[in-house]
Design a protein around this ligand. Structure first.
Ligand code: SF4
Length: 144
């Protein structure tokens, strides 16, 4: 695993729990998923910092509910939440999709980041989603 190092207005290194090797509660391979996400997106320029967290089960040790994009492993696949943040104005992420395969996750993150890069008006994605409304955001990403 390469150390992090990307700061500023970009996709930050994904935060992962230790679920795939050391934790008996794991339902998905969180470390492998976060490395795959990093390979593809870490350091990509965005309007503001964009944080991703990957937890291997609903205990959510990587704090997936309070990240711009959060993944939570379940028996049937990944849940994907968007719009969470901690900091000055905390927000809990909204469930955008569930039962996703690893490939589905990459495709979904791709859509979200491209949408935010193309349409974003706020320096943080949670504020942008709040501004345009979660319903519009989810409809544009999911196409329904
Ligand atoms: S989120 Fe679940 S799998 Fe990951 S470290 Fe916590 S308990 Fe284990």
């Amino acid at each position: 695993m390469k150390p992090g190092g990307h700061t500023g207005k970009c996709v930050r290194p994904a935060k992962s729990c230790i679920g795939n090797i050391y934790c008996k509660n794991r339902l998905r391979n969180s470390v492998e998923m976060s490395l795959r996400i990093d390979e593809r997106y870490c350091g990509i320029s965005t309007l503001g910092k964009l944080k991703i967290a990957v937890s291997g089960c609903p205990n959510s040790c990587a704090e997936s509910s309070v990240r711009d994009i959060g993944l939570i492993g379940t028996v049937k696949g990944w849940k994907l939440l968007v719009g969470g943040t901690c900091g000055i104005k905390p927000r809990i992420g909204r469930l955008l999709a569930k039962n996703l395969s690893d490939d589905d996750v990459i495709n979904m993150i791709n859509k979200i980041i491209n949408y935010y890069k193309d349409q974003g008006t706020e320096k943080r994605m949670p504020a942008f989603i709040e501004k345009i409304g979660y319903e519009k955001f989810s409809k544009d990403i999911l196409g329904k």
